[in-house]
Design a protein around this ligand. Structure first.
Ligand SMILES: NC(=O)c1ccc[n+]([C@@H]2O[C@H](COP(=O)([O-])OP(=O)(O)OC[C@H]3O[C@@H](n4cnc5c(N)ncnc54)[C@H](OP(=O)(O)O)[C@@H]3O)[C@@H](O)[C@H]2O)c1
Length: 254
């Protein structure tokens, strides 16, 4: 076992994941950088001040999740950040089914699989933290024209809230939280083919806010006041109305 503080970060090749890697490396963590684009991961590893390990894996496949877990078995992992994910804009039935199912695999199945694998190890050690990157989309009742993405992020929020309570009640020493940002300026938009109606926060600010909130013990982390207000407001009106308001906002993005 290689001792020291290790953080495993999925989706580290760009955006929020890359900023998490820089932030935790600056805080003295050694980092495991996981994603599909090896060149990007190598470049990032070269910029870090602490030891790192690159794991090239496709998390849309269960074998990719197992590969990541097996590749870090010799490390004393303290922190898992399930950050990899993507969205797609358009009417549900017009987006190819294979792409919709891939979103389900990366945004939900990989998060559940990696959480399951690492949680058992963390419980044995009686320490460890898992941060699942969801979205404010997961706190809203539904997102027409990005229906599958909103649904996947609801799954992440629901799973994480329940697991956080299970661990708290058991006093297992393991903490689990969900990060639920609104718009963040990353490559997400290009992948999802979306333009945000609101100005996004930077990925560096998002990662910094998340790390700070994790330390405070928050379970659902929303990095922006505007988004907190929107989520709160959506709970005060009937679900059907909240979905229509989200649809209106969503149309402004296309
Ligand atoms: N940007 C936003 O406005 C926003 C808001 C709320 C939540 N989020 C969430 O934040 C997380 C990070 O997104 P981002 O904004 O930083 O977008 P991004 O810059 O596009 O980064 C997405 C990351 O996910 C990785 N990824 C995607 N598919 C993968 C796969 N099949 N296997 C392994 N890795 C995969 C990508 O790496 P490779 O392509 O190299 O594999 C990339 O590193 C996502 O879960 C997203 O849903 C983003």
């Amino acid at each position: 076992m290689i001792n020291g503080k290790w953080a495993v970060i999925t989706g580290a090749s760009s955006g929020i994941g890359a900023e998490f890697a820089k932030l935790y490396s600056a805080r003295g963590f050694s980092v495991v950088l996981a994603a599909r684009r090896e060149e990007r991961l190598k470049k990032l590893a070269g910029e870090l001040t602490t030891p790192s390990r690159i794991v090239v894996c496709d998390l849309s496949e269960i074998d990719g999740c197992k590969k990541l877990y097996e590749s870090v078995k010799d490390l004393d992992v303290d922190l898992l950040i399930n950050n990899a994910g993507f969205g797609a804009v358009g009417r549900f039935e017009t987006i190819p089914l294979k792409d919709q199912l891939k979103m389900l695999d990366v945004n939900c199945r990989a998060v559940a699989a990696l959480t399951h694998m690492f949680l058992n190890d963390f419980k044995q050690k009686r320490r460890g933290t898992i941060l699942n990157v969801a979205s404010s989309a997961g706190l809203l009742p539904g997102g027409p024209d990005m229906a599958m993405y909103y649904a996947t992020k609801s799954f992440v929020v629901s799973l994480t809230s329940a697991l956080a309570e299970e661990q708290r009640a058991m006093r297992s020493g393991v903490r689990i939280a969900a990060l639920c940002p609104g718009p963040v300026d990353t490559e997400f938009n290009d992948v999802a083919n979306v333009k945000f109606a609101l100005k996004g926060i930077t990925a560096a600010y998002c990662a910094k806010y998340a790390a700070y909130s994790l330390e405070k013990g928050e379970v659902i982390i929303v990095p922006e006041d505007k988004m907190k207000a929107a989520v709160f407001a959506s709970r005060l009106v009937p679900r059907s109305l909240a979905v229509r308001v989200t649809a209106h906002q969503q149309r402004k993005k296309q």
